[in-house]
Design a protein around this ligand. Structure first.
Ligand code: HEC
Length: 134
């Protein structure tokens, strides 16, 4: 009859063996991947970091709230008032299932967005059509 101790050891061995096997498979896959990918390195887009964007309080909060789904570049491409940024967050939640950012966290994200990407100032006098009759 098997002693409980023996069974226990067998289980322990299995627990160890499975990850070890997985790890060696991963190592092989990784090596193959590295070889295959080497020539394409130039085309791999750079990872974004918060440091690429205007410095300011709560930059990390804003960056990581949005980059769960998409690059921060499309955020930084906008210039909006605080109210419009607020609407954008609501839109992200209602339309794209972004977890709602509420209370203090919402204020932090809005503080950064409003400060870093404000509504574009219109040039004085507005845009003039150079072809319009003077
Ligand atoms: C749960 C996913 C998700 C999160 C989180 C998220 N977004 Fe988005 N966002 C999307 C998707 C999907 C699109 C593109 C589709 C579209 O434009 O309708 C998008 C597009 C946008 C756009 C581009 C609109 C345009 O005119 O092209 C802006 C600006 C934006 N998001 C702002 C934000 C901000 C700011 C945050 C962080 C506070 C954020 N998003 C977080 C899903 C998300």
């Amino acid at each position: 009859m098997r002693s409980p101790e023996h069974t226990g050891r067998r289980r322990a061995w299995r627990r160890l063996a499975a990850p070890a096997a997985a790890a060696s498979l991963l190592a092989v896959a990784h090596a193959a991947g590295t070889l295959a990918q080497t020539p394409a390195t130039d085309f791999t887009p750079q990872e974004e970091t918060p440091e690429q964007y205007p410095e300011g309080p709560n930059r990390d909060d804003a960056f990581y709230s949005c980059t769960a789904c998409h690059g921060f570049r499309i955020v930084a491409a906008q210039g909006m008032s605080r109210a419009r940024w607020d609407e954008t967050l609501t839109w992200m939640t209602e339309r794209h299932n972004m977890p709602e950012i509420a209370g203090e966290d919402r204020d932090k994200v809005l503080d950064y967005l409003e400060r870093a990407f404000p509504e574009q100032q219109r040039a004085r006098g507005g845009w003039k059509n150079p072809f319009a009759p003077q």
